[in-house]
Design a protein. Structure first.
Ligand code: PMP
Length: 299
């Protein structure tokens, strides 16, 4: 991986120089909150749903007990422009925006967190690639124990266990049921299924992250007069669906083939949402939503 400049603890530094103590609260216990945000390069750079990501990060900060406010949109944009220039970025990329405790302390730390913003080069998905998926024995963590709406590093170890299980079974990705046995989400993305032209996704009480892409997908389908249902989904219903796709800032729209299904073709509604989502993220349509922030830097 290229040694990009990142913004860490109020300075622009090379990633390799951005260090923290091995006994910091964040390295030991996964005590951090973060966002992954995509930036798309067209004539200009476009950031997708920035305000929503900043809002969710602010919620995560408060819920995990970090007593600070997320930086302003203006400050974020200034840092981002500088990162594009310093790193001479000319393509699509994403950023990891993380608040962490960089001091030696315990999980109970009440020290002041610092943040970093780090670019990662990441291209868009291509329309004809899909991933295989298997339902895991590993269940999604319960929001009664670890609030799944908080985008916290430690929550991802649940996804890691599920991913290891899925890979051991020969699939690319897991799908997890929640504590009550209903379909929840994948290791880093939300799930949709299609049955008889109806678009169905687990409701927010299914121990999922309140995904920004999930919200985008629902709005796009509704605007195009499709029927969308947010509700509990059983394992049987999931297995009998006509189409499945994942969504997320990183996953974008990812077509899914269940591992045990013999024949597979990417379905029509999956193709439709893939295309519409690409239009939305590059500010070519759905402009009435103001989902994109155009960055005033030409590189
Ligand atoms: N669920 C989990 C566990 C995730 O990590 C992500 C990625 N942030 C998502 C869902 C999708 O969320 P979003 O659309 O906001 O990126």
């Amino acid at each position: 991986m290229k040694d990009y400049y990142i913004y860490y603890n109020n300075n622009f530094v090379k990633q390799s120089n951005a260090t923290l103590p091995v006994l910091s609260a964040s390295t030991q216990f996964g005590l951090n909150v973060f966002e992954g945000i995509r930036i798309y390069k067209e004539d200009f750079f476009y950031i997708f749903r920035l305000e929503d990501h900043l809002q969710r990060l602010n919620n995560s900060l408060h819920q995990i007990g970090f007593d600070i406010e997320v930086i302003s949109t203006k400050e974020f944009l200034e840092i981002l422009k500088e990162l594009i220039i310093l790193n001479n970025i000319k393509t699509d990329f994403s950023i990891r925006f993380t608040y962490l405790i960089n001091e030696i302390d315990s999980w109970s730390s009440n020290k002041r967190p610092v943040f970093f913003i780090a670019p990662l080069i990441r291209e868009r998905n291509s329309a004809d690639t899909y991933k295989t998926m298997v339902l895991t024995k590993t269940r999604r963590i319960s929001s009664f124990a670890m609030d799944t709406k908080v985008k916290c590093g430690a929550n991802y170890i649940n996804g890691r266990y599920a991913l290891l299980e899925a890979r051991s079974k020969g699939a690319d990705l897991p799908i997890l049921k929640n504590k009550d046995g209903f379909i929840s989400e994948s290791s880093g993305a939300c799930v949709f299924l299609v049955k008889k032209e109806v678009v169905i996704t687990p409701s927010l009480d299914c121990d999922i992250l309140e995904s920004i892409t999930r919200d985008t997908v629902i709005k796009i389908f509704l605007e195009n007069n499709y029927k969308v249902e947010e509700r509990l989904i059983s394992e049987t219903e999931f297995n009998e669906s006509d189409e499945i796709f994942l969504c997320g800032s990183a996953a974008e729209i990812t077509p899914i083939k269940l591992l045990h299904k013999a024949d597979f073709e990417i379905g029509d509604l999956t193709k439709f949402i893939f295309h519409e989502y690409q239009q939305a993220i590059t500010a070519k349509s759905y402009k009435n939503h103001s989902w994109t922030t155009k960055l005033d830097v030409k590189n």
